[in-house]
Design a protein around this ligand. Structure first.
Ligand SMILES: Cc1cc2nc3c(=O)[nH]c(=O)nc-3n(C[C@H](O)[C@H](O)[C@H](O)COP(=O)(O)O)c2cc1C
Length: 189
């Protein structure tokens, strides 16, 4: 039986970002855990301009090639994990822009979060993004992997080494995500 597709979305896009190394750690955990076929989607590579579709995405009448390509990418996923920073006590602009571009491609799919930051561990960003996810009829999981003081876990080459217990937290979240992915399958048709 084929496994559901999990897209791990790297939310940050700035030069020198830490998002990719944290996503790379999480990708390893997800592949080991084995519930999903795993894809990493980097919003820097997706490279969407600020939302420029004339119509409401609910109609799915995309006029721009970048929107059509983004729609095709998201449509093939069954579940998501957003690997996201906290900017000014909220989510970064690129992840909101990427969500706003589409509608039905997100709908009836669960989403979980790996966030990172200072003492807040990115939790304020995740809380701020959840209403957008529910507006798109996604289910944001209560389970979250939140990484405080992430700088302390980067080595001299900028590679992320998780604190004790983080692998287990990530595995637990993935287990719950797999259950919700299965439970929501009938809604996705
Ligand atoms: C514009 C901006 C705003 C930030 N605001 C916060 C914040 O509110 N809370 C926090 O914990 N860290 C904040 N930081 C620090 C980030 O946690 C840190 O720069 C982190 O590396 C950002 O993720 P990225 O490297 O993937 O972009 C901010 C960083 C930037 C660039």
């Amino acid at each position: 039986m084929s496994r559901p597709v999990l897209q791990i979305v790297i939310a940050s896009t700035r030069p020198g970002r830490v998002g990719p190394t944290i996503a790379s750690w999480f990708e390893g955990v997800a592949k080991n855990q084995g519930s999903f076929d795993v894809e990493v989607i980097d919003l820097k590579e997706v490279n969407l301009p600020l939302f420029d579709e004339p119509g409401h995405p609910m109609r799915g009448e995309y006029v721009h090639e970048h929107s059509k390509q983004w729609a095709a990418t998201v449509a093939r996923a069954d579940a998501f994990v957003f690997v996201m920073p906290e900017y000014n006590h909220s989510y970064n602009a690129a992840i909101k822009n990427a969500l706003d571009y589409l509608h039905h491609e997100w709908t009836h799919k669960p989403v979980a979060f790996v966030s990172y930051g200072g003492v807040s561990a990115g939790t304020r960003a995740v809380q701020a993004l959840k209403p957008t996810c529910t507006a798109l009829r996604m289910f944001p999981l209560p389970e979250q992997v939140a990484i405080p003081a992430f700088q302390q876990h980067l080595d001299d080459d900028g590679v992320f080494h998780p604190a004790a217990g983080l692998d287990d937290a990530a595995s637990g979240m993935l287990k719950s995500l797999a259950a919700w992915t299965e439970a929501m399958k009938p809604l996705r048709g």
